[in-house]
Write a protein that binds this ligand. Sequence first.
Ligand SMILES: *Cc1c(COP(=O)(O)O)cnc(C)c1O
Length: 358
Amino acid sequence: MFMNSSTTQKLHIQKAPTSRVNDVDFQNLTFGTTFTDHMFECDYKDGKWQNPTIKPYGPLTISPAAKVFHYGQAVFEGMKAFKDEDDRVWLFRPEENFNRINKSSKRMAIPEFPKDIFFEALTTIVAMDRAWVQKGLGNSLYIRPFVMATQVGVSASASTEYKFMIIMSPAQAYYTSDVKVEIAEHYSRSANGGVGAAKAAGNYGAQFYPTNLARERGFQQVIWTDANEHKLLEEAGTMNVFFRVNDTLITAPISDRILDGVTRKSVIALAKRNNIAVEERPVLVAEIVEAAKNGSLKEIFGAGTAAVISPVSAFSYKGIEYEIKKPEDNYAKRLKSELMDIQTNRAEDPFGWRVEVK
Ligand SMILES: *Cc1c(COP(=O)(O)O)cnc(C)c1O
């Protein structure tokens, strides 16, 4: 654990008097709706983060004039903990999420959070609620750190007060069926110079309406294209997106329009270890449509923490639907199982991605 760090802030712990864990039906979880016994809270006030506290999970009391409700100054993270067959609990690449929440915060004019407090709080709360981490491939504890602007007042300027929190939700192995996606021709997720590279809450809010329109047409997700010309394929829903053309994996390069996903970079590393050619470069809509027509498009899949890898069975562009007949040895399946084996300590971890929570 990251104890006795440079910070003068001591982590306060108020334990829940009883655990709710025995009331939970872990076989029938709906993603992100059940929360563990504890939550972490830390407030930014008078120019510093103070009073880091782990306390029983429960509602907050916040002024209706808090800036988060009016100007959307809020960022979040999504990460997971896993339990192996020997009841050891592991985080997956947690430094990546820590670095990214501060990168997101910076873009949203939110003060960065101290690393020592983050890791002490994270490892302590996961250890306290370790009974909520279930064994079994695909089971995990979904961890949601987030920050919101809490200063009272509806003047339009960056808040001077914030709340940093961590809440945690047990998640089940979920076998999502393949999704059909629509390539965006009008709406955009992000723009040059915008907040697309930040995990800003408002990015999600802005996606719901165009995604609902796609749903009405029979597509579960939107593949977002560049806002200027809608000629480049950038992300799929809230995931990074990969295209397999012949035996090469292609994905868009990280930019200020694209979220630097931990799953994306893990998939790239695993693909390279499998001697699969990976190209990080702009992906043209035209080349993928052409590849679908000539049969060289073998796979499309999304990559993100929640679903790990989400295969796409068909896409639509300009009202025409293209089906993808994926090969028996598909990369999505192989890379997903290799990634999950590392996450759950079923395989060697040559990359040093796992961090044990004692
Ligand atoms: C969170 C997120 C991803 C996936 O990132 P991971 O670190 O792999 O979970 C991809 N795209 C967007 C827009 C996201 O918000």
